[in-house]
Design a protein around this ligand. Structure first.
Ligand SMILES: [Zn+2]
Length: 151
């Protein structure tokens, strides 16, 4: 089943690239596979994380190729980008049931806020104001337990 899902995502990316007149190159394939591996485990990752992981696996992808591939994966809705601090972006898979993040400003750790915990409350507020939600980002910035302990 998981393998099937992975192939489906590869197909989505291939079709997307074709529609843009782009090829499914080896570099793009390596990037996609590394990202699918990260998203399978529900990870949050930065471009640097992915670059380091590919280096360890001796996958030859230039950083510039990686930086060019990320927006393509975003455009075809396989991943989404969140800005968690100035010039610091993380990616995660789309369609997850989280509503936002707790972001540690010291170690950049990301903790997900589960949708179920506050969704009802947000729905209630919006219903009261007759406000239709189109999208939301919800970032709570602070210090995580480990970073507080270290001080
Ligand atoms: Zn921290």
């Amino acid at each position: 089943m998981l393998k099937h899902k992975k192939e489906a995502k590869e197909a989505i990316f291939k079709i997307f690239l074709k529609s843009k007149g782009l090829n499914y190159t080896c570099e793009r394939k390596f990037v996609l596979r590394e990202i699918l591996e990260a998203t399978k485990k529900n990870e949050h990752f930065s471009v640097d994380n992915i670059f380091k992981r590919m280096l360890l696996k001796k996958k030859r992808v230039s950083k510039s190729a990686l930086y060019k591939t990320m927006p393509l994966l975003e455009d075809c809705n396989l991943i989404k980008k969140t800005n968690i601090a100035e010039d610091h972006y993380i990616y995660e898979k789309t369609g997850k049931h989280n509503i936002g993040h707790l972001v540690c400003l010291t170690c950049k750790q990301i903790i997900e806020i589960n949708k179920n915990t506050i969704k009802d409350h947000i729905d209630q507020i919006c219903a009261k104001k007759s406000f239709k939600i189109e999208s939301h980002t919800f970032e709570i910035k602070g210090r995580c337990f480990n970073c507080l302990k270290r001080k």
